[in-house]
Design a protein around this ligand. Structure first.
Ligand code: ATP
Length: 517
C-alpha cells in the first residue's frame, strides 16, 4: 500500500512537471481542491470529452446535446431536493482538528475487512495452486469467516443508519465509529465530535443588494440544466421517447474532505446524459446503460479486471436503482461514474414547483405521462485521473536505465506526433517543418530540435506521445524518416508520404468509436 501511495505521489508531481495539472493560483500556494489544467492536460481532457460526446451524440440518433448555464433559478434547487437534502454527514477529530465524512470512515472500515479476506484468499491460492477451490475456502476458513461476519454485521448496521425512517441516523453513525474503534489517521485517537449534516452547495448573490439581491447556487450537478430544458428540447427537436439529452459542464461542491488530488475537487466537470423513457421500462434501460457505459470504459484497453460495478446501499433521494462504475486507482477501487434510475422524481418536482405541465404525449397510445429517467454521470477529472494512473510507468530498460512513459491510448494523447531534425544543419529543420505543416491539419504535431535525440524521445514518452519521427541525412536523399513507437520503442524507416495513412487512423477518436459498435 505504501508503495502504491508512493506511485500516486509520483503521478501527481509528473502531472505538474509535464504541464498536465497545476494547483489553482499556484503562485499564491494554491487553493484547496481546485486545479488548473496545463498545456498537455487540456488536450487530454478535451479528447476525453470528445470521446464521450461523440459516443453519445454521434452514435445515438436519439441523443442530442445542450449547454445550459451554471446559474439557475434558485427554485430549481428547492424542487430538486438539493437545498434540503444535498448533505454529507461530517465528523471532526478533536485532537487533530481534521474533518472527515462519517460515511466514508465506515466504508473504509468495511474495505479493511474485505482486504483481509482477499489476502487470505490470495495466500491460499498460492499455496494450493490449480487445485484451489475458492468457494470452499470462503465457506470453511476460520479467519475468512470471522472477517466476513464482521463485514456483514457492519454492512447491516450501516444500511440501517443510512436508511433510517427520518433520514440518516447521525447518532447511530457515531456509535458505529466508536464501536468499531475507528481512529483518526492523523492523531490516532478516538476523540470524535458528534456527526452533523453539511450542505455541499456553494451560495452566491445575484443582483446588487440595493435592488434586492437573491441567493443563487453554483450548480452541484449539471443534470438539472437538462431537466428544466426537457420540454424545450423535446418540442423543438420533436423527440420521441426513448430519447436522451447529453451535456458537459462544470459543477461545484463544497466537499468536506478534499484529498487525493483531482479525485475530489470543489470545482469539477461532469459529463451527464439523461435518458427519458416510459415508466415501467426503467430496469431494462438501467441494465442496458450499465452495459453500454462499461463497454465505453473497457474500450480503452486498460483490462476488464480493473473495473467493477458497485451497487449503492443508500439510494439518493431521487433514485430507485443506482450503481457506480469503479476503477482500480493506486488507492483502491474508486467511483468514476454513476448510473442512476431517477424515476420521474425530477420532472414531477419541477412540474410541481413551476406550475407547468411537464409530460410526454405518446401518439401511439394517445396517453400522456411524466417520463422516467436513467442517468449516466461521469466526472471528467476522475476519468482523467484514472487514465493517468493506468498509463504511468517507470520502465526499467534492458540497459539498466529507467524511462518514465505514459502509455496513453493514442486517440487520447495530447500530442500525436513529434518531429525531430537529427541536427540543426543541412536543411533538416526545414524538412521537419515541412512534414509538420503537411500533417498538422490532421492531428496534433510538435516540433523539437533541442538536445540529443534520446532526450527528446524521453520527453515525448513522458507526455505520452505515441509516435516520433526523425529527419536525418537519408531523408534528404530519399524522403524517408524513422518512425518510433512509444510503447515498443521500435523504429522503422517509412516514406514521408505514408506517414499520414500509418498514423491517422490509430490516433483518431473515430477509431475508438468504431470499436464501440
Ligand atoms: P462521491 O460518492 O465520490 O462523492 P457522488 O456519488 O456524490 O461521488 P455523483 O453525484 O454520482 O457522485 O456524481 C457523478 C460523478 O461526478 C462521479 O462519479 C464523479 O466522477 C464526479 N464527481 C462527483 N463529485 C466530484 C468531485 N468532488 N470531484 C471530482 N469529480 C466528482
Amino acid at each position: 500500500m505504501a508503495q502504491q501511495e508512493d506511485v500516486f505521489k509520483k503521478i501527481v508531481s509528473h502531472c505538474k512537471e509535464y504541464g498536465f495539472v497545476f494547483p489553482s493560483s499556484d503562485i499564491y500556494d494554491g487553493l484547496a481542491a481546485v486545479y488548473d489544467y496545463g498545456q498537455n492536460g487540456v488536450e487530454l481532457k478535451n479528447n476525453i470529452k470528445q470521446y464521450w460526446w461523440q459516443s453519445m451524440v454521434l452514435l445515438h440518433e436519439n441523443i442530442v446535446g445542450i449547454d445550459a448555464a451554471i446559474f439557475m433559478h434558485p427554485t430549481t434547487w428547492k424542487a430538486s431536493g438539493h437545498v434540503d437534502a444535498f448533505n454529507d454527514p461530517l465528523i471532526d477529530n478533536r485532537d487533530s482538528k481534521k474533518r472527515y465524512r462519517a460515511d466514508v470512515l465506515i466504508e473504509e472500515q468495511m474495505a479493511k475487512y474485505e482486504d483481509k479476506i482477499q489476502k487470505e484468499i490470495e495466500k491460499a491460492q498460492k499455496r494450493f495452486g490449480d487445485s484451489f477451490d475458492e468457494a470452499k475456502f470462503r465457506a470453511t476458513n476460520e479467519r475468512v469467516l470471522e472477517n466476513q461476519k464482521k463485514y456483514d454485521d457492519l454492512h447491516h448496521r450501516f444500511q440501517e443508519v443510512m436508511n433510517a425512517p427520518g433520514g440518516i441516523d447521525l447518532d447511530g453513525m457515531k456509535q458505529i465509529i466508536l464501536d468499531e474503534g475507528i481512529v483518526c489517521p492523523i492523531s490516532g485517537t478516538r476523540n470524535w465530535t458528534d456527526v452533523r449534516q453539511f450542505n455541499l452547495m456553494f451560495k452566491t448573490e445575484m443582483g446588487s443588494t440595493a435592488d434586492g439581491a437573491s441567493t443563487i447556487y453554483l450548480r452541484p450537478e449539471t443534470a438539472q440544466g437538462i431537466f428544466v430544458n426537457y420540454l424545450n428540447v423535446q418540442k423543438t427537436g420533436r423527440m420521441k421517447i426513448p430519447f436522451g439529452i447529453a451535456q458537459i459542464g462544470k459543477a461545484f461542491r463544497n466537499e468536506i474532505v478534499a484529498r487525493q488530488f483531482i479525485f475530489r475537487m470543489r470545482e469539477f466537470e461532469q459529463m451527464e446524459m439523461q435518458f427519458f423513457i416510459q415508466p415501467g421500462t426503467e430496469l431494462d434501460w438501467f441494465a442496458k446503460w450499465k452495459e453500454t457505459r462499461m463497454k465505453w470504459h473497457q474500450n480503452l484497453g486498460f483490462g476488464a479486471e480493473n473495473y467493477r460495478f458497485h451497487d449503492h446501499d443508500k439510494l439518493a433521494h431521487y433514485a430507485n436503482a443506482a450503481t457506480d462504475i469503479e476503477f482500480r486507482m493506486p488507492f483502491g477501487f474508486k467511483e468514476v461514474e454513476g448510473i442512476h434510475s431517477r424515476t420521474n422524481f425530477d420532472l414531477s418536482q419541477h412540474a410541481k414547483y413551476s406550475g407547468k405541465k411537464i409530460e410526454y404525449f405518446d401518439p401511439e397510445t394517445n396517453e400522456s405521462y411524466t417520463p422516467y429517467v436513467i442517468e449516466t454521470s461521469i466526472g471528467v477529472d476522475r476519468m482523467f485521473l484514472s487514465i493517468m494512473c493506468h498509463s504511468y510507468e517507470e520502465q526499467v530498460l534492458p540497459d539498466g536505465q529507467t524511462r518514465t512513459v505514459l502509455h496513453l491510448p493514442a486517440a487520447l494523447a495530447p500530442v500525436k506526433l513529434a518531429v525531430f531534425p537529427l541536427t540543426k544543419k543541412d536543411g533538416m529543420p526545414e524538412k521537419a517543418q515541412e512534414i509538420i505543416n503537411d500533417l498538422r491539419f490532421h492531428f496534433n504535431c510538435k516540433y523539437e530540435e533541442k538536445d540529443q535525440i534520446g532526450k527528446r524521445y524521453r520527453r515525448m514518452d513522458a507526455i505520452g506521445c505515441p509516435y516520433c519521427v526523425t529527419v536525418d541525412q537519408q531523408t534528404l536523399q530519399d524522403n524517408t524518416v524513422t518512425l518510433r513507437d512509444r510503447d515498443t520503442m521500435e523504429q522503422h524507416r517509412v516514406a514521408i508520404s505514408d506517414l499520414r495513412s500509418i498514423i491517422e487512423d490509430k490516433v483518431s477518436i473515430t477509431s475508438l468509436l468504431k470499436k464501440l459498435l
